[in-house]
Design a protein around this ligand. Sequence first.
Ligand code: OOG
Ligand code: MG
Length: 264
Amino acid sequence: MNSKADGAALSDKDLNRFADKLHQAFINHTPTGQITAERGLTLDDAYQVQRRLIERRPGKLAGRKMGLTSRAKMDQMGVDVPIYGHLTEDMRLTSGGSIAHAKHCHPRCEPEIAFIMGAALKGPTDIAAAQAAVKSVCVALEVIDSRYKDFKFTLEDVVADNASSSHFVLGEQQFAPADVDISNLGMVLELNGQVKETGSSAAILDNPWRSLVELVGLLAPLGESLSAGDVVLAGAATKAVAVSPGDVARVIVDGLGQAEFSVI
Ligand code: OOG
Ligand code: MG
């Protein structure tokens, strides 16, 4: 992938126009048409739109998320390239907290594993260096909410839309990397006490640590890296599940505990 920061082919005006279009869809909770239906854009353009979209959001940067890192997610969305998005503080939800369905387009949730950085991390790197830079590992739930109609998009569209990011919930139990082997843990996604999806953390690029390594590799050509305190979501291990008002969603990961949120 060519991810030069200045590799965008679209004009400044168009990049801003598409960021505005996605921001309006977010503010009004009203899905919009795909950018690629209007005009072609490169992956570089798409990441440029994503950065401009984040500048329009309230809340300072909380970290990054990886997406489409498992076969289950790639098959569900029809896109088979891992991507990343930005997490901001206004997306953070305490475990047990709630989201308002009416303030979303068509929210879904997915079971994840998160890393909290203890030190800076710059790509290219390897798993050992990534583990040394992480302070703690925990379970996570991600709420995704595509700003596109019918939750349908191309690779470039979903990158521009900040990888469908909406909210993230971290488990309260935090583990030092040396104390847990997260390479193959059973993961369950429940809705109202009923099992909806089951999987393994191994579904996330064979090992969630690879997702963190991949992320900093993608950020490096842009001169970006992770800082101490940043949260990183490794990507969903299973398909995402739609949530409705009244639902309680819970993720349970073997040995790591659980996290949940409700929908009002
Ligand atoms: C894109 C975001 C994917 C994941 O964990 O795979 C993602 C989407 O499915 O809308 O967050
Ligand atoms: Mg996700």
